[in-house]
Design a protein around this ligand. Sequence first.
Ligand code: BGC
Length: 617
Amino acid sequence: MRSTPRPGAVGSTVRRGLVAAAVLALGATAAVATATSASAAVACKVNYTASEWQGGMSANLTIQNLGDALNNWTLTFTFPNSGQKVSQGWSGNWSQSGSNVTVTAMDWNKSLASGASTSIGFNGTWSGSNPAPTSFKINGVTCNGTQQSPSASPSAPVSPTPPVSPSPQVSPSPQVSPSPQVSPSASPSTSPPPPGTHVDNPYVGATGYVNPDWSASAASEPGGSRVANISTAVWLDRIAAITSGSAGNNSKGLRDHLDEAVKQDAANGSTPLTIQVVIYDLPNRDCSALASNGELKIAQNGLARYKTEYIDVIAGIMADSKYSNLRIVTIIEPDSLPNLITNVSAFQACQEAESSGAYVQGVQYALNKLHAIKNVYTYVDAAHHAWLGWDNNFQPMVNLFHQVATGTTDGVKSIDGFIVNTANFGATVEPYFTINTSVNGQSVRQSKWVDWNWYVDEQSFAVGLRNALVAKGFPNTLGMLIDTSRNGWGGSARPTGPSTSTSVDTFVNQSRVDRRIHAGNWCNQSGAGMGERPKANPAAGLDAYVWIKPPGESDGSSSQIPNDEGKGFDRMCDPTYTGNSLNGNNMSGALGGAPVSGHWFSAQFQQLMQNAYPPLS
Ligand code: BGC
C-alpha cells in the first residue's frame, strides 16, 4: 500500500506565496524550544491527587508556575515506596529510574507563562503501600509554592545551538493549537466498565491481541522473541482473508482470530482485550500506487462486491455474541479518502474512485455496518503529516471526512477516531526541532525537507487534525491513533541533539531523526526501526500508539513478481529508482530484495529490530 504522498494540489508557486507571509510575519519574540534561561526565577507548586485500588492507581498532577515564564520544564519527584511504578503516563514524557521519576514537557505544554498551570498524570502499580511523593522539583528547583532563585543549573534540556529565535509568528493554519484541555480518558475508575461497554478509548486498561501468525514469524527470527508478544493488527486484505488468512504466511481467518482473542482475553482475568482489524479491500484500492492494488475493480461491480462479499461478511462475524466482550478496533481503508484529496487529477484509478463515489460510499457502508456493533470501534485512516500537512490538502481533507461522516446513519458519531501514519515511517515526534523553530531568521518550513509543510512530525499532525475535526463538528471524544510500528529511527544514524549549523537546510537535515531521503518515500525504507511500543493515552487527544503495519511484512516487491493477489510492481519499492515529482526526484530509499506486499521480509525485520527506538532490551 502507501500511495505516494503529494505536497498536494499545492503548486510551488502557491507555496512560495506562503513564504512571503511567513517572512513578513517574523516577529522579534520568543525563542524556540530552548531551556529555561538560567536567570529565570523558578517557583512552582504541584498538586498531586491519586485514586487507588488493589495494586493499581492513577494520579493527576497540576503544575503551577509561580515564577518567571518557563520555555520548558522538567518535573522530578521520588516515590516513597520502592514498589511504586509508573506504568503509563500522559501529557508528558514519563520515565522512571529506581524510585526517581522524571517527566519532560510535551511540545504543547512546555511553555508555561507566569501563573499558568498544566495538568499531567499517570497510571501506576504498587505493592505494599502507595504513599504520595512529598516533594516535587521543576528544573531542579523544589516546588514549595513561593518564589525562589534557581538552583545552579536548571536541568532542562540543552537548547539547540544556535538558539534559533526569533520564531515566526505565523501560526499553523488552520489554527490548530494543541488542546491540552482534552482530559485523558485514561484515569481508570476503580472498577473497569462492564465487558462489552462502548468506552471512549478502547485501549485504556486493556491488553492487546497478539496475532499468532505474526508472532510466529517474528519469533522464528534471531532476536525476534524480544518483540513477538507485541500486539499487531490483523489485515483483511482480500475477501479470502476473512476465511483463510491474509497475504504471506498468515493462515488464520477472522473467526480464528476472534476465537483466539476470546482465549487470550479469558487468560487475562478481568482485563479487557483489544483486537485491531484492518478493513482494506475497497475497489480500485491503492489507486495512486501499484504495490497494494487489490482484487476488486470499480468497473467490474467492485463496490457491490465490497458491500456484500466483504463488509457484510465481516460485520456478520464481528456481531456474533461470543465476541461481544472483546473490544474490536477497526482501521478503515488506509489511504483511500486521502487519495481523493491529492491524487485524483494524476491517477485514472483515483479519478474513477472519485467520480463513481465508490470510495466515499464504500467507507460509509463500512461505517454504518461496523459502528452498529456496540463493541466495535471505528478509526478512519488519515494518511500522515507529509501527505496532508499542507493547507491545500489539510482543510479539504477535514471537509471530506466530515462529509463522509454526516452521510452515515449516525453522522459524526459513527467515527470513534482517526489514525495517522498507517504503514508509514514519519517520526512520532522530532525531538530537536518543531514547526516554530527558526535558524538564523529562517523558519524550518523553508527547508527542503519540511517544504512549507505546517507539521514536522506525526504527533503534532494528529493533534492538529483532531482539533480541526472537532472544530468542524466531530465530538470532543474523537481519539487519534499513531502507527508507530516502524517509525523509531534509532541506531547509529540517529542524531543525538540539534545541529549547530546556521543553514536551515543543514540544520534540519542534521537534526531530524526521520532519516529518509525524502518524506514522500514510503516503501520498505532503509534505516527505519521499530518505534514506540503500543501504549494507551500517550498524549492529550491521542487514544494510543499502535502497531498496525506488522513489522517484517513488506510494502511491495523490489522488482516485478507474479502473484495472484492483484499486487503490482511499484518503482518506489525499487532501490535503483531515481524517483518522480512526488518524491522530489529522489532515490526511493527502499531496501532491495523485497517480496510482494504483505509477505515476510526477513532482512527488513532484522533492520527494524536493530534500529528500534526506544531500543529493544
Ligand atoms: C499489503 C497487505 C498486507 C498489509 C500488512 C499491505 O501493504 O497490501 O497485503 O496485509 O500490507 O502487511
